[in-house]
Design a protein around this ligand. Sequence first.
Ligand code: MN3
Length: 207
Amino acid sequence: MGKYTLPEMPYKYDALEPHIDARTMEIHHTKHHQKYTDGMNAALEKLSSELQNKDITEILSNLSQVPDDVKGALNFNGGGYDNHKLFWNNMKPSGGGEAGGSIADAINSSFGSFASFKDTFSKNTAVIQGSGWGWLVYNSESSKVEYKAMPNQTSPRTEGLIPLLGLDVWEHAYYLKYQNKRPDYVSAWWNTVNWEEVDNRFSKVKG
Ligand code: MN3
């Protein structure tokens, strides 16, 4: 048994219908997220006990301290573990609408308006080549929120950015229902966003 177990879903697999279908959610969680969790546990066992004792988010934020032969596996599987854990929780049944609280002010400051943020996020995430994620992140150096596209499972944490809101655009996240129509999935996904959770994440990290 590894250090980490598959995080529980905060709602039922069919709870995001019709935007994300139950079968996709079930396979995504029980097969894909499980695989990243197992791969991360296997990679962690190759690290020194000092590194193993650190939280995965801390390891991802300082990947340069990980030995080269384990770095790739941890970047991929550790990123996959953390990204999906964030993803399930930044969605909820009957979500969507506009951001509120302090994250709304930060979005307006960086993007001009909520509509402009949504447009930037949607357009750039829809055109990610191959597999990857679209993110709203917090940059602690500029004290601002930004949009960031990341390839495969690489976490924004590896670039010193703090993930606030993520959208998985790997085909496994939408293909059963949307096939090649990724923009339709992105558009429907906005109806699931849990803005309270995003605002909570932001409140914990903002300066
Ligand atoms: Mn996925």
